[in-house]
Design a protein around this ligand. Structure first.
Ligand SMILES: Nc1nc2c(c(=O)[nH]1)N[C@@H](CN(C=O)c1ccc(C(=O)N[C@@H](CCC(=O)O)C(=O)O)cc1)CN2
Length: 290
């Protein structure tokens, strides 16, 4: 059945809007009117009376409802409260394209988690500017797209990437240590649905070689940051971060090696939360409703 024709039994509604009394009441009333049962609900109101954020996971009785039908019925609530909102059929796994360059620890971790069912995504393929992970990708029976990039070929390479995204109906793109800066045009087309793992505790050590930057500063902690990609390098909304302790004896190469696990764990949490529709954008920040 096509996406709009599935009769979902469980849905996730996410919304943000100017805070005012009556929002939860209005959402609850909508759910009662549709015989829905709340399974989980989280909300957050900015303390200064700014925006209100909500995530509701609910079920509807058999035979289920088409998402479009519920969306049509919720529109009046959304308009009354000037909501930015989305309704997701929880049975539909988000189509996800993975991208990597020459370091495969995050890719390997994501592929394994996906293969065991612990990562709620459908992988549409792997894109890389190097050929080194073709074997690993194809061992999971996934499509591998080798798209080499040079300064001269970057526009054509990005055009090929966008074609793959469009042709596979990819909804989420994950930069699993993909080490090419993407153009503002690509960033605009994937705004809010491209996640990067940066190998430092942002905002420290943006850009290239953050572990070498950290070593030069004599840090005692290194970290990793998962964030949405924007035209401004490593400045996008932060989703998740992690840290680990190091000391004076760690060379830059040892820091690179030590950081692999925290990078992979942070990226996996960020991808999971995006796939579970737990992340709401709040300007250049995120609200993550657990
Ligand atoms: N527009 C954006 N593109 C990318 C972002 C981003 O936030 N906005 N994140 C990076 C990942 N990254 C650090 O996490 C990073 C990647 C690449 C570079 C860099 O200097 N790349 C050089 C080429 C390096 C090479 O060929 O090995 C370049 O693109 O000219 C810095 C940081 C992913 N893209």
């Amino acid at each position: 059945m096509s996406k709009s024709q599935t009769n979902g039994l469980e849905f996730v509604l996410t919304l943000s809007c100017p805070d005012k009394p009556g929002i939860v009441y209005a959402v609850s009333s909508f759910l009662v009117q549709h015989s829905a049962n709340i399974i989980a609900s989280q909300q957050y109101g900015e303390p200064d009376g700014g925006l209100f954020f909500m995530r509701v996971h609910f079920s509807v009785p058999q035979p289920g409802r088409a998402t479009a039908e519920l969306e049509r019925d919720f529109t009046w609530v959304a308009e009354a409260f000037h909501m930015t909102w989305q309704l997701h059929d929880k049975s539909e796994r988000i189509k996800t394209l993975l991208m990597v360059s020459q370091l495969g620890h995050c890719l390997n971790d994501l592929l394994f988690r996906w293969s065991t069912g612990s990562l709620p995504i459908d992988i549409t393929g792997v894109v890389s500017n190097h050929a080194v992970f073709r074997g690993l990708t194809e061992s999971y029976k996934l499509a591998f797209h080798h798209i080499p990039v040079t300064k001269e070929t970057k526009p054509a390479a990005e055009a090929e990437l966008m074609s793959i995204i469009d042709e596979t109906n990819t909804e989420l793109i994950v930069l699993a240590r993909y080490m090419q800066i993407l153009s503002p045009e690509v960033c605009k087309r994937v705004e809010g649905r491209m996640i990067n793992i940066h190998h430092s505790f942002l905002p420290s050590f943006k850009g290239a070689k953050p572990y070498h930057q950290a070593h030069a500063k004599g840090v005692k902690l290194i970290g990793a940051t998962a964030h949405y990609v924007t035209p401004d390098l490593d400045e996008g909304p932060i989703i998740e971060q992690g840290l680990m302790r190091v000391d004076h004896s760690h060379s830059p190469e040892r820091l690179v090696e030590a950081g692999r696990d925290v990078e992979a764990q942070v990226l996996a949490r960020a991808v999971t939360w995006h796939a579970e529709h737990r992340i709401l954008l709040n300007g250049n920040r995120t609200v993550v409703l657990q």
